[in-house]
Design a binder for this molecule. Structure first.
Ligand SMILES: Nc1ncnc2c1ncn2[C@@H]1O[C@H](COP(=O)(O)OP(=O)(O)OP(=O)(O)O)[C@@H](O)[C@H]1O
Length: 584
């Protein structure tokens, strides 16, 4: 994101280059579409001359059929060729939008977790949907339109020069004024456009927040405030859009007035020359028609400048994402060993950012392969962060983390993640059907493996009761399932990957006694086959763990079995006392 110059606009001409990079792969289509447009324009350029011939034929009483036929064919062929060229350019624009969306999404999903933590999902969405759309107009109408307009402009100038040099000078003085105005106004349009897109992104993220926490919004009676917040962001986008429109109008009015002046001047000077017999009336009409051909490229120029400024703003926002570093490629690993592995943290120091507090302050512990180990401790002690570091979502500032005796940095990322099963805290189910959620991490899982995972997570009864079985939708973020069911679906999904180490971040929400017992059974059973590291918020779920590690304020303060810790560690004794008190 460090490319911003003043006003958040990119420094130098880089966005231009980026814009051309988008177009380069489609240059053949651009050339063909552009060429057709040019031929269409050339047909247009021939019209005033053909019209002059028709007028002269009237005057002299010569044959009319030839000139009229020529004019009609030029109109028809010119229109058809222009339409073909335009279609090709539009098609190219759609291809550019598709390519930029694909690149952007590919990049986004490969970003590092630490970077995505800082970004807003709604804003990211708006970059993929709305910013990319702006590129279409730039690459079709603007770039190709500019080429066509330049051709028309030069063609008209040449024809006018051949007809009358003085009238041409009058006309060019006007054009110079318009060009000067365009260069002053363009940066303002671009700035307003960038700000409008930023406001749109802001609106997207505000709406996204409200939709993600729909129930909380309603339960908090916050609908009105959230509606107002989204509306405010939309109003900012509108204001910026209006600012851009105002500058575009200024440019348009300026151009229009200059053109009127040019027409009047040409009519005045030309009329006098016709009156004195220095110029034929048909030549003045043809000249005025060419002036018309000079005017439309100027209009096109103004429009192109606006669109290009919008496009440059959009590409800046797209570039902010594509410039971020990505994770090393995490290609899915080939099925390797499924033997359980141990974990070792050695002197790990970690903070989420240079300006953030230390979360792990010299954390060291070892978990041997197989069996179940629990991480317990007060909220904020740094337990979930242990999982984030094992998955290599983040890199510690000091110390080492080894999985199966090998430093995590020495594991190919895909292989490391294939060896791990990770069950996030809360809402770990995506949208789609039961089946889609189960095989999310293991698309090649067989029906037999799915049935086994369902049985192991005690979900088989539930699925048997559902009208559509595995094809039943689970709702957005699994909203149609209960908290306990969601957690077991997430465990089943992790198990289908046959992990060598299962990381289970227990949901903080209270499960009912039946669900809690089921979860305990599931975990105990899984621990017979693989290493299970569970973050427990309820000690009752882990009293049977082989080993319990007690964390407090970013440090490991004790470890042992439940009974050892009740005897030896004050904090653990307190946690146990409070929880059993509450539980009884
Ligand atoms: N993505 C993040 N970016 C910045 N800070 C974070 C991030 N995740 C956690 N933290 C901070 O790190 C600290 C430890 O968080 P962590 O989630 O590891 O604690 P925890 O022991 O798992 O807590 P809990 O039991 O409440 O889930 C907290 O102070 C938290 O605010």
């Amino acid at each position: 994101m460090g490319t911003g110059g003043r006003d958040g606009l990119p420094a130098g001409r880089r966005p231009w280059r980026l814009l051309l990079d988008q177009v380069r792969p489609h240059r053949r289509m651009l050339l063909l579409g552009g060429a057709l447009s040019l031929v269409g324009s050339a047909a247009g350029l021939s019209m005033p001359l053909l019209a002059k011939r028709v007028i002269d034929a009237f005057g002299t009483g010569a044959q009319l059929v030839g000139p009229v036929l020529g004019l009609s064919v030029a109109v028809l062929v010119g229109a058809l060729i222009s339409a073909g060229g335009r279609f090709l350019l539009e098609r190219m624009g759609e291809n550019i939008v598709l390519a930029s969306r694909r690149t952007l999404v590919d990049r986004m999903l490969r970003l590092r977790v630490a970077d995505v933590d800082r970004l807003k999902p709604g804003d990211l969405l708006s970059r993929v949907s709305s910013d990319t759309t702006l590129l279409r107009a730039v690459c079709t109408e603007s770039l190709a339109g500019l080429v066509g307009a330049a051709f028309m402009f030069l063609g008209a100038v040449v024809m006018m020069a051949l007809m009358d040099g003085l009238l041409l000078l009058v006309t060019l003085a006007v054009v110079a004024a318009v060009a000067l105005m365009g260069t002053t106004i363009a940066p303002r349009i671009r700035k307003a456009s960038l700000q409008a897109q930023v406001a749109l992104g802001e609106m997207g993220s505000t709406l996204d927040r409200a939709l993600q926490a729909f129930r909380t919004v309603k339960a908090s009676g916050a609908e009105g405030r959230e509606i107002a917040a989204v509306g405010e962001a939309a109003a900012v986008a509108r204001d910026r859009g209006v600012t851009a429109a105002a500058w575009t109008s200024v440019a348009g009015i300026g151009a229009w007035m200059s053109i009127q002046l040019a027409f009047l001047a040409v009519l005045g000077v030309g009329g006098a020359r016709v009156a004195s017999g220095a110029m034929a009336i048909s030549s003045l009409i043809a000249f005025l028609l060419y002036l018309f051909y000079l005017v439309s490229p100027i209009g096109q120029l103004i429009q192109s400048i606006t669109q290009i400024q919008n496009g440059l703003a959009a590409i800046t926002r797209i570039q902010e994402i594509t410039e971020l570093p990505t994770e090393p490629a995490a290609e899915p690993a080939a099925a390797g060993s499924h033997d359980p592995v141990g974990v070792a943290f050695d002197g790990v120091v970690f903070r989420y950012g240079d300006d953030r507090p230390v979360v792990h302050d010299d954390v060291s512990f070892e978990v041997s392969a197989g069996g179940m180990t629990a991480l317990v401790g007060p909220s904020g002690a740094g337990k979930s962060t242990v999982f984030g570091l094992i998955e290599r979502f983040y890199e510690p500032q000091a110390g080492t983390i080894a999985i199966g005796g090998r430093d995590v940095r020495d594991w190919p990322l895909g292989e490391l993640r294939a060896a791990l099963g990770y069950v996030e805290q809360d809402a770990p189910v995506l949208a789609g059907t039961f089946q889609e959620n189960l095989v999310f991490g293991a698309p090649e899982a067989t029906d037999e493996e799915i049935a086994r995972a369902l049985a192991r997570t005690r979900l088989d009864d539930l699925v048997a009761r559902l009208p559509e079985g595995l094809e039943t939708p689970v709702g957005h973020r699994g909203i149609l399932l209960s908290g306990g069911e969601r957690q077991r679906v997430a465990i089943a999904r992790a198990l289908l990957r046959r992990p060598r180490l299962l990381l289970l971040d227990e949901a903080t929400s209270q499960l009912d006694a039946v669900n809690e017992m089921r979860l305990r059974e599931v975990v105990a059973e899984v621990a017979r086959e693989t290493t299970v590291l569970v973050i427990a918020h309820r000690l009752s779920t882990v009293t049977g763990a082989d080993r319990i590690i007690v964390m407090e304020a970013g440090r490991v303060r004790a470890s042992g079995t439940h009974h050892e810790l009740v005897d030896a560690d004050e904090l653990y004794r307190e946690l146990a006392a409070t929880q059993f008190l509450v539980g009884s």
